[in-house]
Design a protein around this ligand. Structure first.
Ligand SMILES: O=P(O)(O)OC[C@H]1O[C@](O)(CO)[C@@H](O)[C@@H]1O
Length: 358
């Protein structure tokens, strides 16, 4: 990150200090300048002054990304105010040739019957979650994707989408660029096919987990679609632009999206909004962890037992990058443990799970 931008001595020193603190040091409480100091002080009660490694994973990751924004001057008045430290990586991914190919492929989808197109676009949105910069930086190499999901509620999900017709669908996004593009194409399809009257796309209010999508990333992705070579991609971009103008597509950026808390603890305003959705689609590994309380459940724990608290019918589309998983059959777990020991974390396996709410 420091190599990607000419940050000055103050920002560089602050980033280096954060690196040292987060690897060998103790959790320093938020300084007086942080605008959200009170909230973080309260969230960290019992943790301040202890080694980072003793903090819960989700908490430590969220605090790290919050501190990184502080170190780079993202919130401070001055030249780096509002500058996304991860933007060079997101921009490079969005501009890449791989995206050209993925957008050109949309032309071939145009003639498919609606249900087949929905299936194809759900699958793109699912596998788009492999495009995750924080994970790829940590994992190094990318293994080959295993096409069969470890749990596959695709058919019930299609039925839930059919039931959602005429209502609001929420999509809680994960990563920008190569994941957000298929999410946007899916959203356009739902609106264009009248499968949803309104879509609310939830993004992060600030840069987070390297590649998580913000409003700036939505604008960049829509711009990429509008400027695409292929007619189908360009038309998607134009329709999305108009949908935002008309309000049939609303982009939300709730502060809770960057909180180190599970969805069970969502604030009342967000709960009220999501409870009005006919269906919420949660993208990605981190959203899944937050849905199921980020706990090391036995993998055969029924998904309904851990996702039932969600205020609307909820579908999770995720490639597996962390140990947290639920809703699998014992036969699947035994097979995976025997044949692919790192199946939970290497990003090669995916799942589609639905809690329909009775
Ligand atoms: O972008 P996603 O799919 O939410 O994945 C992020 C995941 O990557 C990691 O940052 C590293 O594995 C996890 O902490 C996190 O769950």
């Amino acid at each position: 990150m420091l190599a990607a931008r000419p940050y000055g001595p103050a920002e560089r020193a602050a980033v280096e200090a954060l690196l040292a603190e987060s690897t060998d040091g103790l959790l320093e409480p938020p300084g007086p300048a942080l605008h959200d100091r009170e909230a973080w002080l309260a969230r960290g009660v019992g943790l301040w002054g202890r080694p980072w490694s003793e903090a819960p994973f989700l908490w430590a990751e969220s605090w790290f990304h919050r501190r990184l924004l502080d170190a780079t001057g993202y919130f401070r008045p001055g030249p780096w105010h509002g500058i996304d430290p991860y933007a060079p990586f997101k921009d490079a991914e969005l501009a890449g040739e791989a995206v050209d190919g993925e957008l050109a492929a949309l032309d071939a989808l145009a003639d498919l019957p609606e249900e087949e197109r929905t299936r194809a676009l759900l699958s793109s949105a699912l596998w788009g979650n492999r495009a995750d910069l924080s994970f790829r930086m940590a994992a190094g190499t990318e293994g080959a994707a295993v096409p069969d999901p470890v749990a596959d509620d695709s058919e019930p999900l299609l039925a839930a989408l059919a039931r959602a017709r005429g209502g609001t669908v929420c999509l809680i996004a994960d990563n920008a660029a190569r994941e957000l593009l298929p999410d946007l194409v899916l959203i356009d399809h739902l609106l264009a096919a009248d499968a949803a009257t309104r879509v609310v796309l939830h993004v992060k209010p600030q840069p987070y987990f390297v590649s998580d999508a913000t409003m700036a990333d939505v604008l960049a992705a829509v711009g990429r679609l509008r400027a695409a070579d292929g007619a189908a991609a360009r038309a998607v971009g134009e329709r999305l632009w108009r949908a935002v103008e008309r309000g049939t597509l609303r982009v939300a950026a709730h502060p809770f999206s960057c909180a180190p808390l599970p969805y069970r603890d969502m604030p009342a305003d967000l709960r009220a909004e999501l409870s009005g959705a006919a269906l919420t689609v949660l993208k990605g590994d981190l959203n899944y962890r937050r849905l199921v309380d980020d706990r090391h459940w036995p993998p055969t724990t029924p998904f309904a037992d851990v996702a039932g608290h969600f205020p609307s019918p909820v579908a999770a589309l995720r490639t597996l990058k962390s140990d947290v998983v639920t809703g699998l059959s014992q036969a699947t777990v035994t097979r995976l443990d025997t044949t692919a020991p790192a199946w939970r974390t290497e990003g090669t396996h995916a799942l589609v799970q639905l809690h329909p709410r009775a």
